[in-house]
Design a protein around this ligand. Structure first.
Ligand SMILES: Nc1ncnc2c1ncn2[C@@H]1O[C@H](COP(=O)(O)OP(=O)(O)OP(=O)(O)O)[C@@H](O)[C@H]1O
Length: 406
């Protein structure tokens, strides 16, 4: 390598800090023949005397990396620094997807990129081999779909990443791709099932449903899934989706009663309060989020990026598409409103915990369909079976609160 290559203005270089993981991608910004100014991709400026520069300090970057490679398995230099540099270069061009062989790396753009997920883009990935088109989550979905045919074996996509990385969005894109190709493979003699809803529609509608009940605003992600899920789709021999199953894991249950500062309870409670028409609020005893202990303790009841009213409509529509009747939907509203009332039951010490305001118990009992006396008793007393006999004893306020809030 000629030394002048790494001092020529505009040249892409590596500044060698130590181990390969510490290399910094940079560009030669200025050179007056004595001193060189390098500007790193991460915004830093580094100055060096030309006399100090050798291959142990600055190295010329491979041309292919300067442009950004869409498959990193083909990179000449493969280390943490070159991977991060390549992803960063591509991210700057809104190329959020990159392969390493058949593994897809997806970066969260934190902005809508409609052209990337248009119908036209989706169709450009059908019947293509992996690598034929630019890296994309649709290409992974297509690879699964075609491998299922070719190998006659079940296929699996594993999506992992930290909170807010984009797993839920990626899952939705994969489901939307598979549901589109499933509908395309529908034979002429086959029609959408009765009640005007297809399985594909039901699978897509499961998104708003699961998000309302299992997602919440956290400090990392305003729509964080607080559970893991395994989505299974079953295809027939014509390539159509014939069924699906979603198994959930490890729902963060304690969020219903307690949230960290700046976070929210599950979306559904705020959607209920904002979405139920005023005329129906009375019978559900609904007021405002700030009035409920389960919603007001974190200091956050709203987020400008979330539209609880619209999301309530999407939730109700999803329930209808999936097949819940109005009576069942009403039962859900009653249970949700009942949970909010339970959080407001307050206790005082009077020879054991006693309910301060029995109106709250009355409201909860009406909503949940449980006798008020029995509801009050299970909240403030403890019953044990001792030598075949049931013994009921009062509880202290701490004991009662630990049951109510944990
Ligand atoms: N491909 C994308 N295009 C546009 N925005 C995206 C994309 N992926 C993610 N986002 C944005 O980032 C937010 C967080 O993404 P997402 O909810 O999918 O993360 P997650 O990995 O599922 O997080 P968690 O583990 O907390 O549930 C989304 O609400 C969306 O605003």
């Amino acid at each position: 390598m000629a030394e002048s290559d790494v001092t020529a203005v505009g040249a892409r270089v590596w500044l060698i800090n130590g181990s390969e993981d510490d290399w910094l991608p940079a560009v030669v910004d200025q050179c007056d023949g004595v001193e060189v100014v390098y500007r790193t991709d991460y915004g830093e400026e580094r100055r060096m005397w030309i006399s100090e520069i050798d291959a142990g300090v600055v190295r010329l970057m491979n041309d292919t990396l300067s442009e950004g490679m869409d498959d990193m398995a083909k990179m000449a230099e493969l280390n943490q620094a070159s991977i991060l540099c390549n992803l960063n270069t591509r991210y700057g061009k809104n190329s959020i997807y990159t392969y390493i062989g058949s593994i897809l790396i997806s970066l969260n753009p934190y902005k809508r990129l409609p052209a990337l997920y248009s119908e036209e883009t989706l169709h450009s990935y059908t019947n293509k081999d992996l690598g034929e088109e630019p890296p994309h989550v649709f290409a992974i979905a297509n690879e699964c779909y075609t491998c299922m045919w070719k190998r006659e074996e079940s296929q699996c996509v594993l999506i992992s990443g930290e909170s807010g990385a984009g797993k839920t969005e990626a899952t939705k894109f994969i489901l939307s791709y598979l549901s589109t190709v499933s509908q395309q493979s529908m034979g002429k003699e086959e029609t959408i099932p009765a009640k005007g809803r297809s399985i594909e529609q039901s699978i897509l509608e499961s998104g708003p449903l699961l998000e309302a009940l299992g997602n919440a605003k956290t400090v990392f992600n305003n729509n964080s899934s607080r559970f893991g899920k395994f989505v299974q789709l079953l295809f027939n021999h014509s390539g159509q989706i014939k069924g699906g199953r979603i198994t959930d894991y490890l729902l963060e249950k304690h969020r219903v009663v307690r949230q960290n500062p700046g976070e929210r309870n599950y979306h559904i409670f705020y959607q209920l309060l904002n979405g139920v028409p005023s005329k129906d609020k009375g019978k559900l005893f609904l007021t405002e989020a700030k009035d409920y202990h389960y919603l007001n303790q974190s200091g956050c009841v709203a987020d400008p990026s979330l539209n609880d009213e619209e999301d309530w409509e999407a939730f109700e529509k999803a329930l209808a598409v999936i097949g819940f009747k109005e009576g069942q939907r009403m039962d859900m509203r009653l249970v949700l409103a009942g949970i909010l009332q339970l959080g407001n039951v307050a206790f005082a010490n009077a020879g054991g915990a006693q309910v301060v305001d029995t109106d709250v118990i009355d409201r909860a009992s009406q909503l949940l369909g449980i006798e008020a006396e029995r509801l009050e008793a299970v909240m403030k007393e403890r019953t044990m079976k001792l030598r075949g006999e049931f013994i009921t004893s009062p509880q202290s306020i701490d004991q009662v609160n630990s049951v109510q809030w944990s």
